[in-house]
Design a protein around this ligand. Structure first.
Ligand code: ADP
Ligand code: AMP
Length: 192
């Protein structure tokens, strides 16, 4: 299993699609799973929608539940988990619910960290917002998402870094240059 983190607009989705093409992982995006659940009109839809618009982290039980059932449905064990773990609660909840399947650190090969300046991420998201139809690709939501990223997600990246599990790529470059370094992380992993 590989985790993919970085700020909003750092290129997680873009690179995950390429990793899947080249290295054959099952891609599980926490954000995509939450948007799917919201669009299904389930009892949780309204609550999820509000959290996303406010750039806040959806309660961990919901996200972990969606990830767990997507994993079970896939029948695979080779996962690229994008946008997770985004905070300490995500980490704790995973440890509580997934220990029968995955040990958090032992089974995580590495965490891919896409590193990009806030200004660049903001510009990309505003551009994406012209066509994405996402209710969080606007200036107000982006500001809130960046605060959540700095306050809640960066400490998680530091925790994985302290355990020697982070592979960082500068994602403030052309898409090809970024993916070329991302691919190197996965090739190195394949030879371990
Ligand atoms: P995330 O999944 O981290 O939110 P995306 O992969 O959706 O980020 O990328 C955000 C936006 O930036 C998208 O519109 C995407 O096409 C664009 N983008 C991604 N990587 C790059 C890059 N290296 N250079 C320029 N634009 C990029
Ligand atoms: P993303 O698609 O990764 O940009 O995520 C969009 C939004 O979905 C975030 O701003 C959060 O509101 C929510 N979200 C994504 N991943 C998680 C997660 N791991 N835990 C809780 N909420 C999440």
């Amino acid at each position: 299993m590989v985790f993919v983190l970085g700020g909003p607009g750092s290129g997680k989705g873009t690179n995950c699609a390429k990793i899947v093409d080249q290295f054959g992982f099952i891609h599980l995006s926490a954000g995509d799973l939450l948007r799917e659940e919201r669009n299904s009109g389930s009892a949780l839809a309204e609550m999820i929608n509000t959290y996303i618009k406010e750039g806040k982290i959806v309660p961990a039980e919901v996200t972990v539940g969606l990830l767990k059932s997507a994993m079970e449905k896939s029948g695979s064990t080779k996962f690229l988990v994008d946008g997770f773990p985004r905070d300490m609660d995500n980490l704790r909840c995973w440890q509580k619910n997934m220990t029968d399947r995955f040990s958090f650190y032992a089974d995580v090969q590495f965490l891919l960290f896409l590193d990009c300046p806030e200004q660049v991420m903001t510009e990309r998201l505003l551009e994406r917002g012209k066509t994405s139809g996402r209710n969080d690709d606007n200036e107000e939501s982006i500001k809130k998402r960046l605060i959540t990223y700095v306050e809640s997600t960066k400490p998680i990246i530091e925790e994985f870094r302290a355990k020697g599990k982070v592979r960082a790529v500068d994602s403030n470059r052309s898409p090809d240059a970024v993916f070329s370094d991302v691919a190197l992380c996965f090739q190195a992993a394949a030879h371990k």
